[in-house]
Design a protein around this ligand. Sequence first.
Ligand SMILES: Nc1ncnc2c1ncn2[C@@H]1O[C@H](COP(=O)(O)OP(=O)(O)OP(=O)(O)O)[C@@H](O)[C@H]1O
Ligand SMILES: [Mg+2]
Length: 217
Amino acid sequence: MDRPHLSPTFDELLDRARALVSDDRRAVLGIAGSPGAGKTTLAERLVRALNGDGTPWAAHVPMDGFHLADVELNRLGLRDRKGAPETFDAAGYAALLLRLRDDSAGDIVYAPGFERVLEQPLAGAIPVLPTARLIVTEGNYLLLWPRVRAQLDEVWFCELDEAQRVRRLVARHEEFGKDHDTAVAWVLGTDQHNADLVAATRDRADLTVKTDGTTPA
Ligand SMILES: Nc1ncnc2c1ncn2[C@@H]1O[C@H](COP(=O)(O)OP(=O)(O)OP(=O)(O)O)[C@@H](O)[C@H]1O
Ligand SMILES: [Mg+2]
């Protein structure tokens, strides 16, 4: 049967990720997609499979660590827009990616994480070891910010049917403490506007990956 938009298998994705590193030079793979499209899940799965039980060869560095803290969002009057492009430190993210690519000092580079219960960034949460040759970074706006895109060797775009994406996102907000009505209002309000911004960048990606749970192992 003809299968349009055939998504790569997971093994094909692994091969493609490995091929980004040549002559041991550190490479950066970006994974973009709308809120709840499955970016973090895919990045974690890739890094786990690439590292196996050995010395870390791949590292997961999420864009989420560059959320501005609530104290700064309050100062800027942006607290109710949390998650929108202007509520991130995009320049700081691009600078960290540049430092990771440079890879000349041989130091551990610490990336910030995002604490989902507090909903705050957390400095120094993610150590990127000198052994890491592939950095897998993921987030909503990788294809929206040219200075971030410029630091990425390749960008994949996670694609998911809208109804499924909204269902997963509501479930995730509930899991982290929002009641159902608040979760739905957030997903269909603030998050939807952000999702539309991300969807408009889809054609800039090098590859689209379906994240509907059917990607074969
Ligand atoms: N392939 C999949 N099959 C089934 N469920 C999935 C799959 N990928 C992700 N999920 C689920 O969907 C939800 C959202 O996934 P995930 O957190 O990876 O998305 P995200 O794109 O990183 O979201 P955000 O933009 O909010 O960070 C999670 O609860 C996750 O467990
Ligand atoms: Mg995520």
